[in-house]
Structures are given as structure tokens and as C-alpha cells.
Design a protein. Structure first.
Length: 160
């Protein structure tokens, strides 16, 4: 009795790199070496920040500072970190931010810039620490409790 033949599937061309020719390979964009890197957190937001030599430009998730943060108070909070360090015109800030709202994201970006500045130049640590930029703000949203409408809001009480 002959052995049954097992059907074979064709190979997936994506999993076989030898099938790709030179033009079809993915182009990798090479960025210049960054001066400093820092991760900042605030509430639920996490910001990853890279500092490059530049002229004070901010690129946040592919957008400019004015486009990403429409409120002036949030823009001031972000730019204040570099002003305290005296490097507002020396660095180009590139950041990716995930999670949270815009207020938490601004705080996370400020914290990340401060950490990246310390990574770049350790002598700035004392100035940034005095100004409070290196401190992670521990305030988080309070959890909702059962029996309550929100974290602390109670249903209306009736005596009778």
C-alpha cells in the first residue's frame, strides 16, 4: 500500500528575505546621535524625549508645539524646563507621548525634558531639582468606590 502524499503549502514570500530584491527592502531613516534621552510621567501619560542639537524647535508626535498644545499655559509649562536650564535655543526636542489627557501629557513632557537634560549635562541637575522639574508628580486619579457615584460623591441622603 503506497504512503499517502501530504499536500504542501506554498511558502510565504514575506517570511523569506531572499525573495526580496534590493528596491523592495524597507528604507531605514538614520537620525543623528541624540544628546540626551529621558522618560517623563504624569498621571496616565508617558513621554519619551530625545534632545538633539538645534534651535529650540519642538516636535511632539510629529506635530509642532503650538499645534499639539493649543493652550498657552500648557506650552509655558513645557518650555519652562529648558528656560530654567538655559538651553531654550540650543536643543531640538523630539518626543512621543502616549496616554492621558493634554494636561497630563504636558506634565509628562516637562518631566521627560528635565531628565533628558540631566542625561545630556549632569551639572544641570541641581538647578532643575531646585525648580522641581525632576520630581515625579505622584498625584493620580482616585478610584471609584462601590456604593458611591464617583470616588467621593455619595448618593443623596434622606433622613425620612
Amino acid at each position: 500500500m503506497p504512503a499517502p502524499s501530504i499536500p504542501t503549502r506554498p511558502r510565504n514570500p514575506r517570511s523569506c528575505p531572499s525573495k526580496l530584491d534590493g528596491d523592495a527592502k524597507r528604507q531605514v531613516k538614520v537620525l543623528p546621535q541624540h544628546l540626551g534621552y529621558g522618560t517623563g510621567r504624569r498621571k496616565e501619560a508617558v513621554a519619551r524625549v530625545w534632545l538633539y542639537p538645534g534651535n529650540g524647535e519642538y516636535v511632539i508626535n510629529g506635530k509642532g508645539l503650538e499645534e499639539y498644545f493649543p493652550r498657552q499655559t500648557l506650552r509655558d509649562q513645557v518650555t519652562q524646563t529648558l528656560e530654567v536650564a538655559g538651553g531654550s535655543e540650543r536643543y531640538r526636542v523630539v518626543a512621543t507621548i502616549k496616554g492621558g489627557g493634554i494636561s497630563g501629557q504636558a506634565g509628562a513632557l516637562s518631566h521627560g525634558i528635565a531628565r533628558a537634560l540631566v542625561d545630556c549635562d549632569e551639572t544641570l541637575r541641581s538647578d532643575l531639582k531646585k525648580a522641581g522639574f525632576l520630581r515625579r508628580d505622584p498625584r493620580m486619579k482616585e478610584r471609584k468606590k462601590y456604593g458611591l457615584k464617583k470616588a467621593r460623591k455619595r448618593p443623596q441622603f434622606s433622613k425620612r
